[in-house]
Design a protein around this ligand. Structure first.
Ligand code: DHB
Ligand code: FE
Length: 280
């Protein structure tokens, strides 16, 4: 049987990808940020997951205001890095896992989550930056990836509670896939950040630290955070944190925090990272 063994969350700031691609990882500005991911890169090479279910939001790269799926799943064989305006990132093409992805799509839709099915998808920084953070710069990515996309760009995004429930449904779907696979689920985006308007640059460290703490100490309270609270406390793009709740919902009751990292600033945003193991 396939099983979810761990959850990982990380911000997906595009400047992090640019720093890696331009060989700036060791600079004074970037080193403290990247140092916090070293533990995870070592841990990943021990864990060797077969598949990552990677939850992220498209940033008007593949979708636009013409088409706004609330939840979508990538079922293709491969996903190429998208051109976000400066050329596609020089990272490997992502290999999908169509058999598990279609199983998830079927299971989730029959479980009453109306996923949009994507048979073609270019992936933006929301997906490629976490891959670079966890795996560095390999010739090929060492895992297969199933992208799960969430609308976090145009109001109304889904509620945190709905995201949690989708995570639970993903866990049920994975557990009914009849192949022995080590599956991780990653939630990306956040933490507090606002990219535009008078409050651009907003960072709320107490809110972010409390959010990281509550993933283990009081996760059900996180389900109840309303959109207005994310907007007020975590800035207009802080809503990306609902994607972390898909990850957390998929892990079940017993989790153990293995590692965390919090760093300010990266491109005027707060970078958060946590690794949670499923406790059987
Ligand atoms: C930026 C973009 C993002 O999508 C994000 O999650 C954080 C920061 C940016 O453009 O700096
Ligand atoms: Fe983002």
């Amino acid at each position: 049987m396939a099983r979810i063994t761990a959850g990982v969350a990380a911000s997906h700031v595009p400047a992090i990808g640019a720093a890696i691609d331009r060989d700036q990882v060791g600079t004074e500005y970037w080193k403290p940020l990247f140092d916090g991911f070293g533990w995870t890169r070592d841990w990943m090479s021990e864990q060797r997951p077969d598949v990552v279910i990677l939850v992220y939001n498209d940033h008007a790269t593949e979708f636009s205001l013409d088409l706004i799926p609330t939840f979508a799943i990538g079922c293709a064989e491969t996903f190429a890095p998208a051109d976000e305006g400066f050329g596609a990132r020089p990272v490997p093409v992502v290999q999908g896992h169509p058999a598990l992805a279609w199983h998830l799509a079927e299971s989730l839709i029959l479980d009453e989550f109306d996923m949009t099915i994507l048979n073609k998808l270019g992936v933006d920084h929301g997906l490629t930056v976490p891959m670079s953070l966890m795996f560095g710069q390999p010739e090929t990515w060492p895992v297969k990836v199933i992208p799960v996309l969430v609308n976090a760009v145009q109001y109304p995004p889904p509620t945190g509670n709905r995201c949690w429930a989708l995570g639970e449904a993903i866990a049920r779907a994975v557990a009914s896939f009849d192949e022995d696979l080590n599956v991780q689920i990653w939630g990306t985006g956040g933490m507090s950040h606002q990219l535009q308007g008078p409050r651009a640059g907003l960072i709320n460290t107490p809110f972010d630290i409390a959010f990281l703490d509550r993933l283990t100490t009081d996760p059900h309270a996180l389900r109840k955070i309303p959109h207005l609270e994310y907007l007020r406390e975590a800035g207009s793009e802080g809503i990306e944190l609902v994607m972390w709740l898909i990850m957390r919902g998929a892990l079940g009751a017993g989790v153990k925090e293995l590692h965390r990292h919090y760093h300010v600033p990266a491109s005027n945003t707060a970078v958060g990272h946590i690794v949670l193991a499923v406790e059987p």
